[in-house]
Design a protein around this ligand. Structure first.
Ligand SMILES: Nc1ncnc2c1ncn2[C@@H]1O[C@H](COP(=O)(O)OP(=O)(O)OP(=O)(O)O)[C@@H](O)[C@H]1O
Length: 248
């Protein structure tokens, strides 16, 4: 069996007295889409920041695409990350931004140009590529952020609310792209509050609540009620496992 694309053992992050992520264990096979759910403040962004080397865990270990998270150089070339606010330079044009990132990623210029053109085209940004990012709408920035995360064809992609701010056509392109990535054996770690997107795309869903993984399983299995076997929606599952139970 190949080793998992994302593996975490006891991953914990504390901020002072507050535990944002509490002993998280993950084992996510290559080529799957993992839907990462949880209410606001559950610890999803903190988890993604630890797995992408942007913040150090207080305890625990993890590796992504075979690289341990304390080996930043090895890890960053194998992953792409779309955070909630894509890191873009306002003063650059879209194309300049992507060329800059391609340079940081050491992509050969000819390959980079071809890849940038094809992704700009795919995301409907080609006509705006020579405008400054300061003149981009929220959705255009989001598209540029997605292109940037995928530019170097990473083995594992972390996407935080990838369809946020996108019009229906662009949101569809993102969903199709995620399906294509998984088809090509890329692993996608997808955090979203839009449960229909997760339901459509995820092979496995994990639900984080107050830093704990309170439910995890195949999307269909998770939606099947244990007692009766009847189907419920992902929203029902989410609400059930993230509700405080009094007296326990
Ligand atoms: N830099 C920080 N300093 C102190 N506390 C932090 C910091 N970053 C996150 N936290 C706390 O950690 C907890 C988890 O936050 P996190 O941003 O990971 O949640 P989230 O699940 O991504 O939420 P959302 O869905 O709202 O984006 C929250 O209680 C938050 O206040």
């Amino acid at each position: 069996m190949p080793s998992p694309a994302i593996e975490a053992t006891g991953l914990t992050k504390r901020y002072g007295d507050e535990t944002a992520v509490d002993g998280l264990d993950l084992s996510i096979p290559q080529g799957t889409v993992y839907g990462f759910l949880g209410p606001n403040g559950a610890g999803k962004t903190t988890t993604m920041r630890m797995l992408t080397t942007l913040t150090k865990p207080t305890h625990g270990t993890a590796s992504v695409a075979g690289a341990p998270i304390d080996d930043r150089d090895a890890l960053v070339e194998r992953i792409g990350y779309l955070p909630e606010e894509p890191p873009l330079f306002d003063e650059l044009t879209g194309r300049e931004q992507l060329e800059y990132i391609a340079g940081l990623r050491d992509l050969p210029p000819a390959d980079a140009t071809e890849r940038i053109d094809s992704l700009l085209d795919r995301f409907g940004l080609a006509d705006d590529a020579d405008k400054r990012i300061s003149a981009y709408s929220k959705g255009m920035k989001q598209k540029a952020g997605i292109v940037q995360a995928l530019l170097h064809d990473p083995e594992v992609v972390f996407l935080d609310e990838p369809t946020s701010g996108l019009d229906p056509r662009a949101a569809r392109t993102v969903r199709d792209t995620i399906a294509d990535l998984a088809e090509d054996e890329t692993t996608v770690f997808l955090s979203s509050h839009i449960l229909s997107v997760v339901d459509e795309l995820a092979d496995t869903v994990g639900v984080l609540f107050k830093g704990d993984l309170v439910a995890e399983g195949g999307t269909e299995a998770l939606k099947k009620r244990a007692e009766t076997g009847e189907q419920q929606s992902l929203e029902d599952v989410f609400l059930e496992v993230t509700t405080e139970v009094d007296g326990t």
